[in-house]
Design a protein around this ligand. Structure first.
Ligand code: ATR
Length: 272
């Protein structure tokens, strides 16, 4: 019987997950279906229960249901506990086991695809939402020397710092207190979705090896333009992170790892 997977979200008109998982399945000769299920905003749990009752084996979760997925889970892995949000669930004997692969996917993209070392790197995250929260532990596990979180609302950055300071050196600040000497700067705010610029000082980009926009397919965003003008060596958007987190999910569900390179290549939109 065809194994059923899905992504739950609302809206889902732009989701790339069905394409990515179809490519993985084709590559590995797996018989599976992967649907986009746009659940009503107050109907996530009912939609999940009906999917599981119909034999669904696993699913991804996107906006606005990631926190609901964490709450609904019978068992949650550490990344979910830290973020309070899940982007991937496996159904095991009817139980929902929750994971969050966004942080791991980001690390894999930077190290394996972009070839930028995280070991001993000084890293700046702009933004203190779920994306930053999920990336901190995987970044420390990859050996970064220091993480700085800058946010418009400084208290949110301080909260993440207090939550995760036992994992490694971490500093929280506002945009006026960022400093210099970074190897990697990431934009994990939602500012690019509205085309807004961030008040990161030009000097912060001097000597930066990689400026990474977590959003996918937005072209050369104001953040990437600033990074380029400030002297950042490489620019990237979140296409690799998107495909790598999907590959983590596929490997977890199916026990085999797809080749991400051709899928990233097919989905890359040039940064012009
Ligand atoms: P997610 O969970 O997707 O990471 P989120 O929790 O909504 O997103 O967080 C969005 C992030 O983008 C926050 O860090 C937010 O800053 P505040 O905490 O100060 O609100 C940031 N953000 C959004 N628009 C911004 C803008 N125009 N300028 C600066 N920061 C912005």
């Amino acid at each position: 019987m065809t194994d059923r997977y899905a992504v739950f979200g609302n809206p889902l008109s732009h989701t790339k997950s069905p394409f990515i998982h179809a490519e993985f399945a084709r590559q590995l000769g797996d018989d599976l279906s992967y649907e986009a299920i746009e659940a009503p905003r107050d109907g996530f749990e009912a939609a999940v229960r009906s999917f599981v009752a119909a034999g669904g084996k696993g699913f991804n979760v996107t906006v606005p249901f990631k926190v609901d997925a964490a709450r609904l889970a019978d068992e949650a892995h550490e990344a979910v506990v830290i973020c309070g949000a899940s982007n991937c669930v496996k159904v095991e004997d009817g139980r929902l086991v929750a994971e969050n692969f966004d942080g791991v996917g980001l690390v894999r993209d930077i190290v394996d695809n972009l070839g930028v070392a995280l070991a001993d790197a000084r890293v700046l995250f702009a933004g203190a939402g779920g994306a930053t929260r999920g990336a901190i532990v995987p970044f420390f596990e990859a050996g970064v020397r220091e993480i700085v979180i800058a946010n418009r609302t400084v208290a949110k950055a301080e909260h993440i710092r207090d939550l995760l300071r036992a994992r490694g050196p971490i500093r929280a600040c506002g945009y006026d207190d960022i400093g210099t000497g970074f190897d990697i700067i990431l934009n994990s705010t939602s500012a690019s979705l509205s085309g807004a610029a961030l008040p990161i000082p030009d000097t912060a980009f001097h000597g930066v090896r990689l400026a990474y926009e977590l959003a996918y397919g937005k072209g050369k965003t104001p953040f990437l333009q600033m990074a380029e003008a400030g002297g950042a060596e490489h620019l990237a958007d979140g296409v690799g992170m998107l495909v790598e987190q999907a590959a983590e999910a596929f490997a977890w569900w199916r026990g085999k790892r797809p080749n991400t390179a051709p899928v990233i290549e097919a989905m890359t939109i040039p940064l012009e």
